[in-house]
Design a protein around this ligand. Structure first.
Ligand code: OGA
Ligand code: MN
Length: 290
């Protein structure tokens, strides 16, 4: 297969044509996709009417799919356990209300974050399949954190160089009012420390590594100062010049790099169904400090 890659924004994001996710990719095509991914950070594959099994099979070209550790909120599919449900419709087809626990927890994805940063070895990337998309919002926005790092003003840079931030899965409950993780889930995912400036293992470039929905502490700062710094870094990051905003069409598949981007989704009318299935690629090495 030959693919064509067309940028969607100068900072990041490119559309990829010439892939059919119903079929397995040959090694050369996998390499072409990997190269495009390294360069553009977020890839959009339009018109992929795939099953969950095909979604998982495509993901495996790039690594092992993560199995979400939390089972209490039914965010992990009962049918295909590698699928994480980013939906307001349950697997029986029922529209859920924003007040339901799973929906409260998912509301955290409206704030800037990178997936699975609460793991000792965070995820490499995620693939999100839009099955029923929103027309009233639900725009998924991505930021190029290489550019953010390169442009950081000295006043912020001096606070992040050589420092680590803590990432805690338990933060989701504290910021959204979703139920706290069970004792078992807590034990499975204790808080972890990662450098605020990281080096990408493939591109070799440095980026700012924050994940505002999980960051609850920064080395050498008290709680208030840490919270303020994360807020300031997030605000500096969220500038249109660093951002690609993805307006969904049905059966788009997006593949993003969790090592050098953050993302956040815009709100939508809760009476509208939104069904999105995600796979998450397991990390293969600890975050490299830079
Ligand atoms: C995700 C997420 C984005 C969206 O799938 O990781 O943060 O568009 N959601 O809902
Ligand atoms: Mn996410």
């Amino acid at each position: 297969m030959t693919i064509t890659v067309t940028p969607r924004h100068p900072a990041l994001g490119a559309e990829v044509r010439g892939i059919d996710m119903h079929r397995s990719l040959d090694a050369e095509t996998v390499k072409a996709v990997r190269d495009a991914w390294t360069r553009h950070l977020v890839l959009v594959f339009p018109d992929q009417q795939i099953s969950d099994q095909e979604h998982v099979a495509f993901t495996r070209h790039f690594g092992e799919p993560e199995i979400f550790h939390q089972t209490s909120l039914s965010l992990r599919s009962d049918r295909v356990r590698e699928i994480f449900l980013v939906s307001n419709v349950d697997e029986a087809g029922r529209l859920m209300r924003p007040s339901e626990p799973s929906q409260k927890q998912l509301s955290s994805s409206r704030q800037w974050h990178t997936d699975s940063s609460y793991r000792p070895i965070p995820s490499v990337g995620s693939l999100l399949h839009g099955i029923e998309i929103s027309r009233t919002g639900g725009i998924t926005q991505f930021i190029n954190m290489y550019m953010v790092y390169d442009d950081l003003p000295e006043s912020l840079r001096r606070h992040v160089e050589g420092r680590r931030a803590r990432h805690d899965f338990g933060m989701l409950h504290r910021i959204t009012g979703a139920p706290p993780p069970s004792a078992e889930e807590q034990t499975a995912m204790p808080p972890v420390w990662h450098p605020l400036v990281r080096r990408h293992p493939v591109s070799g470039r440095k980026s700012l590594y924050i994940s505002s929905i999980y960051n609850d502490a920064i080395e050498g700062l008290n709680e208030d100062a840490a919270g303020r710094l994360i807020e300031e870094l997030t605000a500096f990051s969220a500038q249109p010049k660093y951002m690609y905003r993805h307006v969904w069409e049905p059966h788009d598949v997006l593949m993003w790099d969790n090592r050098c981007t953050v993302h956040a989704v815009t709100p939508h009318d809760p009476d509208e169904r939104r069904v999105m299935h995600r796979t998450t690629i397991v990390g293969n090495e600890p975050v490299i400090a830079a």
